[in-house]
Ligand binder design. Sequence first.
Ligand code: FAD
Length: 300
Amino acid sequence: MALFNKIIATALPILPRWFVRPFANPYVAGETFEEAKYHIRALNEKGFKTTIDILGEHVESKEEARKITQAYCDLYASIEAEKLDCNVSIKPTHIGLSISLAETMANVHLIANAAKNTDNFLRLDMENSPYTDATFELLDHCKSIHAQTGIVLQAYLHRSMDDVHRLSASDFNVRICKGIYQESEQIAYQSETEISEHFFSLVQAVIKKSGYCAIATHDLTLVSKIESWVAENNIPKDQFEFQVLYGVPMEGRLESLAKKGYTVRIYVPFGSAWFDYSVRRLKENPKIISYVLKNFFKGK
Ligand SMILES: Cc1cc2nc3c(=O)[nH]c(=O)nc-3n(C[C@H](O)[C@H](O)[C@H](O)COP(=O)(O)OP(=O)(O)OC[C@H]3O[C@@H](n4cnc5c(N)ncnc54)[C@H](O)[C@@H]3O)c2cc1C
């Protein structure tokens, strides 16, 4: 089965969209906000907070970057109008960072103001290492407009602990994740053990330095380790939250975390760029292919 899953995952990019759609469905909350809002409301009703993201990255023109920027500004207004428990995550290259920093600065300025006007939170996702420093520059600018702004640190990067120390000079809010891109061994840990250990140390460092920590992982062993540490050290429950990607199976752990009074937030992507996103997700975890197929045939 593992080989079958791998073959399908490798072939996905060349398969027709109608074929890929059933595999994508568990990971993507629709193509429009109108569709996504039902998933978000259902998650909110189950006691989960959410963060929404418009799928896409590396736009190629300034016009496209401005269109996406406007869509993010509108999203804040829609979240407020629909009274959803939902904040916003954006990928800097989706609003122009692979075109120019100045252009992105102007765009993020508008989005930070939209977040401020609706008293909501803005998270800058972290992309691959050529964009790390520029993403910190964008964060500084956003924070000068609106305090409720945060960033992401990747546990595979050697530099991330220094970034915690630097960020802790003022109030800070970070999401810690393992990191999803391919990075060289000059700048990034390669082994799963080292990445997980660094993840745990980063979470401890953020919390000890009084930052707000979003713990973004589906690694149940790591979740258990962090849960034990926060309980043993009486860390206040309003200083951190657990985060997962929409659709990733968690064996009931999210419900049990929420039941214990921990904040759990689900990252909900939507948009017309669902094809590329889903192919990336399925290549990361080909096991999902047999899971989706099983459910598909069960339902028939
Ligand atoms: C809320 C959230 C936001 C993120 N934001 C960023 C970001 O800004 N920048 C960045 O570089 N990375 C981001 N990531 C991705 C992250 O860096 C990891 O690549 C990803 O979460 C897999 O690592 P893991 O900690 O879940 O552990 P792993 O050990 O990789 O996974 C644990 C288990 O979960 C399953 N699993 C993990 N990921 C998936 C998936 N996508 N689909 C299906 N099953 C899966 C695996 O089967 C595995 O058994 C984010 C992740 C989350 C949860």
